[in-house]
Design a protein around this ligand. Structure first.
Ligand code: NG1
Ligand code: ZN
Length: 527
């Protein structure tokens, strides 16, 4: 390893700054990230040499404030960086300037990386003002190790994941360009819409809150490819408002109210993307002004119901399961298990955990309550569906198999994708002739509340059972259990956030007052 790394001194690490590769990569104020970006350029090269594949680097801080930024690496099939490498990322980001060559050399030795292997890095970024410069710093890191890169510029996070998967599967997943993404999804959407019964017609009107981010930009580009049955009205497009400020999926989910800047009329259906367009939630208001949120749990239920019905029609015996986190509303879990008879599993917060669990089934539907999720189809499932299409079979079975095939193509299986999920939901509602209210009525959410609590050191809290119970500090779980007993149909848990320096508190109960009171009491127990 060369003693001096090219450009390294141009990306100095601020003294005594320490960062950690968390659930969503590195995330902090943008001003602290320049050296991290350069070093992630270096790491992406090593990961690319190791896997002999194209590796992605996405510059974004998702739903966090515009002043923040972040970076995450994308592995060959479009999945999150392998967990073992998160430690390398943290070590590299925190190394002092003079230690950097040695830390790099250590990774090369530990992973037995062949340095003469070619490397390719694909870079994308969101619309934050800091993102362009930061992505140039990533490029400096790639060039320092004399490797090739492609800068895809402004893309949504899931678009970059899609491109990485396409590039590493010789185009079998799709054409590795943004236009290829639009074409694949639009063709699938249009094919699904064409399957609607003759009685269904007209136009779908949808208000979309773009969170003043990249999703709005990309949805506009995509619209021309879609059948004109979908009429999208975009709000918070990013011309004047600030990214994620009083808008976007996280704001709507956590605040349980509509975003600013949207002219919400009773019964009209709306959805919100987050800042990098990998999350989506739906909402509407009633005539009396009552706000209704349809979050990731409602989305998972709608999609899994649709797929299950198609599997029955097609006569396919495929094992489907839904993966949720501790934040899933208790009503959704009960509905899926008791009424739908679909097995439900709970994974730790963070997409990589859900993704991993979902891979165990023929069809794994996973969604975080915050609206991040997708559906995974095993190779065997895809093959069985294809096989049915090639066989002599009844028209009904063939039609169901064709719809399943289009659904697979419409879903971005690499990661949660607001645009893809939105098109899946819209196609399902259209095909079933459902309004947003009818969808909402499938089950009633238990009132719930989420709080953030700032403590001296959030790491003193340790959890078990997919983060639903605490094991440390001693006595905390017992206190929570006592509080939960005081309220009807209630549940509560606390866990340290993986992306912010806070402890998150969640409570649900029979009434909003009780959920609020329980969340409040549990917050006090955390101190
Ligand atoms: P943390 O900060 O660990 O709670 C948040 C979300 C996760 C996930 C990550 C990554 C909640 C409660 N938590 O994680 O679901 O999306 O950010 O963006 O929404
Ligand atoms: Zn996001």
């Amino acid at each position: 390893m060369a003693a001096d790394l090219k450009f390294s001194s141009q990306h100095p690490k601020p003294a005594s700054l320490s960062v950690q590769y968390g659930t969503a990569g590195f995330r902090t104020v943008a001003a602290h990230l320049d050296h991290v970006m350069y070093r992630m350029g270096l790491l992406a090269v090593l990961r690319s040499k190791k896997t002999k594949s194209v590796i992605g680097v996405m510059v974004t801080a998702s739903h966090n404030p515009e002043e923040d930024n972040g970076v995450k690496l994308v592995d060959p099939m479009g999945e999150m960086l392998a967990q073992a490498w998160e430690v390398y990322a943290t070590n590299l980001a925190n190394a002092e300037e003079q230690e950097l060559p040695a830390v790099l050399a250590d990774i090369i030795r530990q992973e037995a990386i062949e340095m003469d292997q070619e490397a390719h890095v694909a870079i994308g970024r969101d619309t934050r003002p800091s993102s362009e410069n930061l992505s140039c710093s990533v490029i400096d890191g790639v060039i320092a190790l004399e490797s090739k890169y492609h800068d895809y510029g402004l893309v949504t996070t899931p678009q970059l994941h899609f491109i990485i998967c396409c590039r590493n599967t010789d185009g079998r997943y799709g054409e590795p360009t943004i236009q290829g993404y639009y074409r694949k999804l639009a063709t699938a959407f249009n094919n699904l819409i064409d399957q609607a019964p003759g009685s269904i017609g007209g136009c779908i009107c949808l208000n979309v809150d773009g969170a003043n981010g990249i999703g709005a930009l990309k949805l506009k580009e995509m619209e021309q490819h879609l059948k004109p049955v979908l009429s999208v009205k975009l709000y918070n497009e990013g011309f004047s408002g600030k990214l994620n400020c009083q808008c976007g999926a996280d704001y709507v989910k956590v605040q349980q109210k509509p975003p600013q800047g949207i002219d919400l009329k009773p019964a009209e259906r709306c959805c919100s993307f987050d800042g990098d367009a990998d999350r989506i939630v739906y909402f509407y208001k009633e005539n009396d002004g009552t706000f209704h949120l349809l979050d990731g749990d409602k989305i998972a239920t709608l999609i899994s119901t649709f797929i299950k019905e198609l599997l029955v029609k097609a006569g396919l015996d495929l094992k489907m399961a839904v993966v949720q986190t501790a934040y899933a509303n208790g009503s959704s879990t009960r509905y899926l298990e008791d009424i739908m008879k679909v097995p439900v599993y709970c994974a730790k917060t963070g997409v990589k955990h859900l993704h991993h669990k979902a891979q165990e089934f023929d069809i794994g539907v996973y969604f975080e309550a915050n609206g991040h999720g997708t559906v995974l189809f095993s190779k065997a499932a895809e093959e069985q569906i294809k096989q049915l299409l090639g066989e002599e079979t009844s028209d009904d079975k063939r039609k169901a198999a064709r719809m399943l095939e289009s659904t697979i193509d419409l879903i971005n299986q690499t990661v949660g994708d607001a645009i893809s999920d939105m098109l899946v939901i819209e196609a399902i509602l259209y095909l079933k002739g459902l309004t947003v209210q009818k969808w909402d009525e499938i089950y009633t959410d238990l009132p719930n509340r989420q709080f953030k609590v700032t403590v001296a050191d959030r790491r003193v809290i340790e959890t078990t059972d997919a983060e639903r119970r605490t094991v440390k500090p001693p006595g905390l779980q017992e206190k929570i259990d006592e509080l939960v007993k005081k309220y009807n149909m209630s549940r509560a848990f606390v866990r340290p956030s993986g992306t912010e320096d806070v402890v998150r508190v969640y409570a649900e109960s029979d009434t909003q007052e009780n959920a609020d009171a329980l969340a409040h009491e549990v917050s006090l127990a955390v101190f």
